[in-house]
Each structure stands twice: as structure tokens, then as C-alpha cells.
Design a protein around this ligand. Sequence first.
Ligand SMILES: [Ca+2]
Ligand SMILES: [Ca+2]
Ligand SMILES: [Ca+2]
Length: 554
Amino acid sequence: MVLFCIIKYVITFKSTMKKIVTCILFLVVHVSVVKAAVFYVDPSNGGSNSNSGLIGSPWATIQQAASSAQAGDTVYVQAATYAEKVTFANSGTADAFITFIGVGSVIVQEPTNTTVWSGTFNANTKSYIRIQHFAIQNSYWFGIYLEACDHIYLDSNSTYNTGASGISVWHSSYVYASNNTVRKACYQSLSTASQECISFSGVSNFEIHHNEVYESGGSTNGGEGIDTKENCSNGKVYNNVVHDLIRLGIYVDCWDKILQQVDVYNNRVYSCSDGIVVSSEDSGTVMNVNIYNNITYSNGGFGIIVSNYVKDGPRKNIAIMNNTVYNNGFGDGDANWGGGIIIYSSHVSNISIFNNIVSSNDAMQISDGSGVASVSINKSLIYGYKGLSWTNEVKGTNAIEADPLFVDVDGADNIIGNLDDNLDVTDASPAINAGTNTGAPAFDFNHDARPAEGIVDIGAFEHNSVYLGIKKQIPASEPVVFIQVYPNPSADYFNLNILKKIDRIEVADVTGAIVQTYTAPTETLLKLMVSNPGLYTVRVFAGSACQVYKVIKY
Ligand SMILES: [Ca+2]
Ligand SMILES: [Ca+2]
Ligand SMILES: [Ca+2]
């Protein structure tokens, strides 16, 4: 049975057969040494913690699984509402993760609790765990809390109504938070609010991507959107949607430590107090930070800030390029303040600002109050320059002053400051082929290649970009998992647990004949029935990507 456990492989079409063969060979050699069990938690269908946890004999609680699962094991937690605080007791290994997967709507609510600095899900000094598809609600403090962990994937979970951060990761490494929804974090109705919506502090080698973060706070303390802080390093914050926060959207703050090598890119930040902010609140140093391809719009104060907050420590080697910064500054109650990009601090060196569209922001478009010669501003497309004396507004070198000619600033709903606002540019835009290629990112907001037509465009979008006829994808550190298939092999049917927005699923028999197709499934759990025993391939299409899973009916 071990030999035939879920086979998954990301393929390209033309190399399908080669990689299938490679995959099967790999598994024959490799999986045979891993003792992997599949466990089930299903309180609604006979679950008991005195059961084995194996199929047909499920456990009742997630904690029972979290205490029992060993390296290589997979736990399927069936749809139900669980009143639990869960502590993950064991670690996986590099070759054998422990995987917890919620199937359908798995809601986890804390029982009555007043413990600060703990989570509804907790892991301390644990490694190689995946946690996917859980809906955590009403946590007294954190939703998910990791301390001194490594190699943890938090994917496709949601947190709602948490006293402190929805997701909080401290002193850890190799942590990946993706496709999560974090709503009403730092929500003061539950406790004194603290921290942020997603907090990474002292984390190295991390990625925070494709998350949606919104509606935090209400308190005087906490509630920023995504925060990388203290001695975070070697991190990426990308493709997140952060909106409708009473505080700023994305924060890079070293506090009193050294924060370095963090890239913030391809994020959409709107209707927050400010967009993206780089700070040294307690005299530490921020260095080697790149902020690019972001769209920050309709935030109350500024789109992008290098701040002078609190102790205003040093920041150096910061690039702010190819962002689109629009309509910020109107929510601060001050017609003479707020705007696009501002360098607020004089404790900066080597700040490079180029290829940005900065348009129609309130009191200023780009402001440099640093007084530092190594702040450079080049190739901006500016619209709405006012030059008010108290704002230090500047144009920089090679500026273009013109309407960027956006596609549709208020989107199909004709309301400005929400998700459908389209800040791509139209064919006649002066942004097209007007940037500098030097130091520019190799892809745009859509992950299409730059430059198109030889010269990088100004702003987050590269017009007319085509990459070999298909969308260029950022290589992930490991493939995103679209679906989970279980049980496999099976004498009866297969459950397809949908973890991503899927365009199409095709099931083919061993001859390649398609025996089942699902188009844009909206369910989170599909039951796949096939008539004859044999090997089947399940091809899953999402956007430009395709993943192939193999199942065996016996
Ligand atoms: Ca204003
Ligand atoms: Ca709109
Ligand atoms: Ca171009």
C-alpha cells in the first residue's frame, strides 16, 4: 500500500510520459522506506479517541491526531466544528512531512480560554509539518502560533476574529504562509489587541504569499496587516491582497535588530491607513530591501513610506521600483498632507526610487525629506505634482508628468478603493517603454516577463508582455498543492479535496481516454467514481498550471 500512496507531480504537457515514468521509479525506490500512515478525524461518523485513527476507525479530536501522527503520516480532518486548542507534538523529516488536511469546512474554535501568547493551533520547536485548509475562529490570542519551528507550510487556512495575530511566527526558519485568509485579527472584542494580522518576527528563509488580509483591529494597539519584523531575513512577501485595515498594510520593521534581504512585491494594498512602510522603530538596521511591482491605492495616508517612526534608526540599500501608487492621502483628514511615496527619515542611505507611477495622490506625489545625497529618484511617471513648500515634493531625474491613462480606476463596480479597481494602463499610456531596464524586476504584477518591446514600462504592469505565449510563473520553492486525493488506492471511490480555485479536472484511464471531467468545481470535496479497476490520471488545471495525480482502483 505504501508503494501506491498519492503520486503527485507537476508536469509540462510535452514531457508528461517521461516524468510519469520518472515519478513511478522515484516512488518505487523512495517511498518504500517511509512508514507512512493515513489517519482520520471524524467525530460525526463514529469518531473516538480510543479508535485506531485508521480508515473506518476515526478519532474524535484533532489533538488526538496531533499527539499521535509521526513523520510521514497524513491526517484528514473531516468537516465539523471542533472546540479545541491543538498542540502539534511531533516533527516530520525532510523526506516525510507530517501533514494535516481539513476536508471541506473544518472549523476550529477555542474553548473558553484566557491564555495570552498562545494559539488555537500551536507548534513549538517542531519541524516539517504541513497544515492546510483549517478555518480557525474566535481565538483568544493567536490563531496559529509557531515558535522556534522550521520547515512549516501553512496553506489555505483561514483565521477569523482572533485577539492577536491570525498567524504568528517567531524565531523560526523556512516557514511558508500561503493562500490563507486572515480576517478580523487583533480584534478588540476578544481581548486587548496585540501584534498584527500576519506576524513574522525573527524568521529566516520565509515566504508570505497569496494571502488575503482584511478588517483588522479597532484597538489602539496592533492590527497592521503583514509584518516582517525584528531580525527577519531572506524573506519574500508577494501576491498578497491587504485591504480595509485601520492600520498600515505591509510593514517591514527591524525594531532593535538587523532585518535584511526581504523583498515585498506584487502585492495589492488598498484602503488601509497607509500602504507599505519601512521602519526602524527601536534603532536597529533595515538593509537590502526591495519593494516592487506593488499596487498601493486609496490608502488614507501614504502609498509607500520610509518612516521616521519612534527612534527612527538607519535604513540602507532599499529599492522602490515599478510600483503603481494611486489616490492615497485622502483618508487622513488633512488636505495638505498625505500622498504617494515619501522618504520621511534622514537616517537613510542608498535609497533608489525608479520606474514608479505616482498619480493623483493628495498633497504630494513623491517627497524626499531625507536631505541625503544617496537617495535617488529616477524615471517616475508623476501626475498631480503640487510642490507645496512643506512637503519636500520632488520630481527626480527624467520624470514624466502626464496622466498614466489607467484602464479603469474604480473598476466595474464604479466604486474606488476596492478589489476590482484596475490600475493597468491603456495602449496610449506614457508609462509604456518609458522606464529604465537597469535594476528593474524581470517580471511584472501579473508575473509576465519584463521588459516587453525591449524597454521596461513604468509602473507595476508591463504592457504587451508575452512570455513564450504563456504566463510566466515564479518558481515556487515547492509546487503548490491543488488537490488531495484519498483514499488511494481504493476499492471504491476517491475523495478529491479541492485546495485551490480550479478551472478544470480531467480524469483519464490508462489508455488516455477521458472518463470524467469537472469544470470550475465550486465544491470543496468531490467524490470520484470510476468503473473499472486500474490506473487513472487526474489532471488538474488552474490558470496556466497543470498538475497530475495518479490514482489506483483495485
Ligand atoms: Ca490628506
Ligand atoms: Ca471598484
Ligand atoms: Ca515595455
